[in-house]
Design a protein around this ligand. Structure first.
Ligand SMILES: [Ca+2]
Ligand SMILES: [Ca+2]
Length: 368
C-alpha cells in the first residue's frame, strides 16, 4: 500500500552522506597519523644525522689535537736528547699508545720512528747511481722473506730510477716513491712478498713492514730496528748477532739501575762489540770487534722522522689519521704527510691503536 511505506530501520534518521563522511574522517585520521609518524621519524633521523656530524666534527678536531700532543712529546724528547742523544724503545714517545680526552671525544696516538726501517728511495741516488750497500741489504732481506732478492730488488730499482730502460716500461714510475704502498705497482712483485704469507705454522711478514720512504738517512736506528732489518745489514750479521743487539737493548744498565742499555753515537762501536761478546753466542772478542767496526757506519742512534697513527673516537663514531713528522730540532717539525682515513673502522684498528706494538700488528696480519 502506498502511504504505508516507512523508511527501513537501517536508513532511518541517517543520509548515505553520513557513512561517506565517517569513511572520509577515518581516512583523514589515518593519513594524519602517517604524516605525524613520518614527521617524527624524519625529525629523529635529522637529529641523528646532526649528532653524527657533530661527533665526526669532534673526532676531526680530536685528530688534529692528537697530532699536537704527539709534537709536544717529541719536542720534549728532543730537549732531553741534548743531554743523552738517543731515541730508543723505552722513551715516552715509543713505549705506549698515548690516550687523551679531547672534549667529549678521545684520541689515541701511536708513534714509530721511520729510521728503524730501510729507505727504499735511497736505493738510487739523485745522480741515478745505486747505493751498492743498500742494494745488497734489500737483496738479503728479500731472500730472508723467501723470494729472489736480486731479481725483486732490480725490479724495485727499475721502478724508481729515472732511466726508462725498464722491465715493464709502461708501469714504471721512474721517480722516488711518495708512500711505501706504491711498491704494489712494481711489476712482478708478488703480493705475498709485500704483505706476508703463512708457511706451515710460521707467519712470514711482508716487505712493506720493513721499508720506509721518509727518512733522509741511509742508516737505520740501532736502538729501534727490528731483527730482520738488523740481519739484512751485512752478510756477517748472523741471527745470533742481530739477537745480541736486541738483548743488549732489553738489558738494564748496570750503572743506572732502572734504565735500559742504550746505544750512543760516540760509543757505538765499543757498545756493539760488547753486545756481540756478551749476548752473541760464541763470538770471540776479535770477531765481535771486527763485526762492530764493519757495521757501525750502517747505524744511527737517533730518530729523525716519526710516523704517528691517530684514532679518534666519540661514541660509536671513529676516525683515523696518519701523520709523518720530520723532527728538525730547534725549528720544530715539518709535516711530511697527513691523511684522515675517514670512518672505515674494524675492531682490529682499535686493537692496533691500543696494543700499539709491532707484535700486535703482526697478530692482525696473521688473521688475514
Ligand atoms: Ca730520545
Ligand atoms: Ca726506471
Amino acid at each position: 500500500m502506498p502511504g504505508s511505506s516507512r523508511p527501513s530501520p537501517r536508513t532511518r534518521g541517517a543520509s548515505p552522506c553520513r557513512g561517506f563522511a565517517l569513511v572520509l574522517t577515518l581516512l583523514l585520521v589515518t593519513l594524519l597519523s602517517i604524516l605525524v609518524i613520518e614527521l617524527s621519524f624524519t625529525t629523529k633521523a635529522e637529529v641523528r644525522i646532526s649528532e653524527n656530524y657533530s661527533h665526526d666534527l669532534q673526532n676531526h678536531y680530536a685528530l688534529t689535537a692528537g697530532l699536537q700532543f704527539a709534537k709536544v712529546i717529541l719536542k720534549d724528547d728532543f730537549e732531553r736528547n741534548e743531554g743523552e742523544p738517543a731515541d730508543h724503545l723505552h722513551e715516552v714517545w715509543s713505549s705506549a699508545p698515548i690516550v687523551r680526552p679531547v672534549g667529549a671525544a678521545s684520541v689515541t696516538a701511536v708513534m714509530v720512528d721511520e729510521d728503524r726501517l730501510l729507505n727504499v728511495n735511497a736505493l738510487v741516488g739523485p745522480d741515478g747511481k745505486q747505493d751498492a750497500v743498500l742494494v745488497r741489504t734489500f737483496e738479503r732481506l728479500i731472500d730472508d722473506l723467501g723470494f729472489d732478492g736480486p731479481e725483486m730488488t732490480s725490479r724495485i730499482i727499475d721502478f724508481i730510477d729515472a732511466d726508462e730502460d725498464d722491465q715493464d716500461l709502461k708501469e714504471a714510475k721512474n721517480a722516488p716513491l711518495r708512500v711505501a704502498d706504491e711498491l704494489r705497482q712494481v711489476y712482478g712483485l708478488p703480493k705475498e712478498l709485500l704483505e706476508g704469507y703463512r708457511e706451515k705454522e710460521e707467519w712470514i711478514p711482508g716487505l712493506l713492514e720493513f721499508v720506509s720512504v721518509w727518512s733522509p738517512l741511509r742508516q737505520v736506528n740501532v736502538n729501534t730496528a727490528g731483527k730482520r732489518v738488523l740481519e739484512a745489514l751485512s752478510d756477517n750479521m748472523t741471527p745470533e748477532a742481530a739477537e745480541a743487539i736486541l738483548k743488549y737493548r732489553e738489558t738494564t744498565d748496570p750503572e743506572k739501575e732502572h734504565d735500559y742499555q742504550v746505544f750512543h753515537q760516540g760509543a757505538l762501536t765499543g757498545q756493539l762489540a760488547d753486545a756481540f761478546m756478551n749476548y752473541g753466542g760464541r763470538m770471540s772478542s776479535d770477531q765481535a770487534s771486527a763485526l762492530a767496526a764493519e757495521i757501525t757506519p750502517r747505524f744511527t742512534t737517533l730518530g729523525l722522522v716519526f710516523s704517528v697513527k691517530l684514532l679518534a673516537t666519540h661514541g660509536t663514531e671513529v676516525q683515523k689519521a696518519r701523520a709523518v713528522l720530520y723532527r728538525s730540532g730547534s725549528s720544530g717539525f715539518d709535516l711530511l704527510y697527513w691523511k684522515i682515513e675517514g670512518d672505515t673502522f674494524t675492531p682490529e684498528d682499535l686493537d692496533e691503536a691500543t696494543g700499539g706494538s709491532q707484535s700486535t700488528q703482526t697478530r692482525i696480519k696473521k688473521k688475514k
